[in-house]
Write a protein that binds this ligand. Structure first.
Ligand code: SF4
Length: 442
């Protein structure tokens, strides 16, 4: 099936990939001492990719970006069916790859190729470059020996290498050149779609731009479509037409490149962009950093997965807040959860976090309870022998639990998974943002 430029080549819908978190005899036995009974049976799953949907048009490059461990490589491999999906569809030229197996899938693979991160380990050191490039053609019964050699030499030239290097071994090449060999091998079977998994992140910055430029030239010449996976936003900015941002197994924002970089809407995307190092020597490195740890993909947060780190967490409707009261409470809740301050007297805590005035009504009562648990001038709190330390630790845990249950867990961010179309400020492309801050814009 031949598609025109701009037609949908790949349509991923609800794609999900879970891994069993452990294996072995006792893998399904869970021990939780604070529950009764303390032993339960069941298998935990790492939710690496969870209900992801997007499309890629013929001839475009979709950049896929996110911190390491967010699921972007797993997503790429699941699309290629190097991993079996747990759920969802992967429509490639209208056919569902998720349903394919055996010979049907093997034949389809000539149309879809992958380039891996490490050009060193993805090339067999015992094979000559010519053999490496010809291998996929041989696997798909393309051409005779002469035809394969001619194509391999032609591709060496196309990727910027000398065709006379056909008989050399990979170790004779630099990292950038080895990645060019990988490119030639991927292109040998004339694919339409190439998944590029961090293809330049192992290369020197000076070489990266050269390889990216070659990839763009090849895309133009061969009409290729790329899914380009990277953690480096400057690489994504260089190569992409559109960008999808991934966080903890979910796609949280998708927009055209300029729109995404100039008008980011999701708090996670904004934080990522702010964490790009500033080239100005007067500025001190990155402008902002993401607070907190990425939660476990075995038990990800409900609703919006970014909510445990989000600086914009939405106030729960259950209380009558002013914006300032909620901002103060949110900062206090975060500080208690992360234990970022030394124990102090109740009045000092009220002054430090609330300017001396606690929120009004029921919200204020909850805050006062938490302060009571932590304040050094309250009964039973303080430092000293082990018993008091243990008490203090319990007090932090209880205060955290009280605040999270009363506030964070009641926010719409915890209760509903967000998905909104927002208006683009740059161009007329679609802009998706998985953030409830847009709920009033609809
Ligand atoms: S939905 Fe809530 S927690 Fe998630 S990014 Fe938006 S404001 Fe932050």
């Amino acid at each position: 099936m031949d598609l025109e430029q701009g037609e949908t080549l790949l349509e991923v819908d609800g794609l999900t990939k879970y891994f069993q978190s452990d294996s072995g005899l006792f893998a399904s036995i869970n021990v939780e001492r604070d529950r009764f009974p303390p032993v339960s049976f069941g298998v935990d799953h790492v939710k690496a990719v969870d209900d992801v949907s997007f499309e890629i048009e013929m001839g475009e490059t979709l950049g896929l970006v996110g911190e390491s461990g967010c699921g972007k490589s797993t997503l790429g491999r699941t699309i290629l069916r190097l991993l079996d999906p747990t759920d969802g569809t992967i429509r490639f030229k209208g056919e569902d790859l998720a349903e394919m197996s055996g010979e049907e899938l093997r034949r389809k693979r000539s149309e879809i190729q992958m380039i891996f991160q490490d050009p060193q380990s993805s090339l067999d050191p015992r094979m000559k470059v010519g053999q490496i490039i010809e291998e996929p053609m041989r696997a798909h019964d393309m051409f005779d020996d002469e035809g394969r050699e001619a194509r391999a030499k032609e591709l060496l030239e196309k990727v910027g290498l000398d065709p006379h290097h056909y008989n050399r071994y990979p170790h004779a090449f630099s990292g950038g050149q080895r990645q060019r060999i990988n490119l030639a091998r991927a292109l040998s079977v004339d694919p339409d779609f190439v998944v590029c998994d961090e293809p330049v992140s192992a290369l020197d910055v000076s070489i990266q731009a050269q390889v990216l430029n070659t990839m763009e030239e090849l895309q133009e010449e061969f009409g290729l479509t790329y899914l380009f996976i990277a953690h480096d936003l400057s690489v994504i900015r260089h190569i992409s037409d559109r960008v999808a941002v991934m966080y903890l197994g979910h796609v949280v924002e998708v927009a055209d490149k300029t729109e995404l970089f100039e008008n980011p809407q999701h708090p996670y995307t904004k934080a990522l962009l702010e964490s790009i190092p500033v080239p100005d020597p007067r500025e001190n490195g990155a402008r902002g950093v993401l607070e907190g740890e990425v939660p476990s993909p075995i038990d990800p947060p409900s609703g919006c997965r970014f909510r445990t780190r989000c600086p914009r967490l939405i106030a729960p409707d259950a209380y009558d807040w002013t914006d300032e009261e909620w901002a103060q409470t949110r900062a206090f809740m975060r500080a208690v959860k992360r234990r970022t301050f030394e124990p102090m007297r109740a009045a000092e805590m009220e002054a430090e976090f609330f300017g001396g005035d606690l929120p009004r009504g029921e919200a204020g009562n909850v805050v006062a309870e938490a302060i009571d648990l932590l304040a050094t001038d309250r009964e039973g709190t303080g430092n000293g022998d082990d018993g008091v330390d243990a008490h203090e630790s319990t007090a932090w845990e209880t205060a955290t639990e009280r605040l999270l249950t009363a506030f964070a867990e009641r926010s719409i961010c915890a209760r509903e998974r967000p998905a909104y179309e927002v208006e683009s400020a740059y161009g007329d492309g679609e802009h998706f943002s998985a953030c409830h801050l847009h709920r009033d814009d609809r």
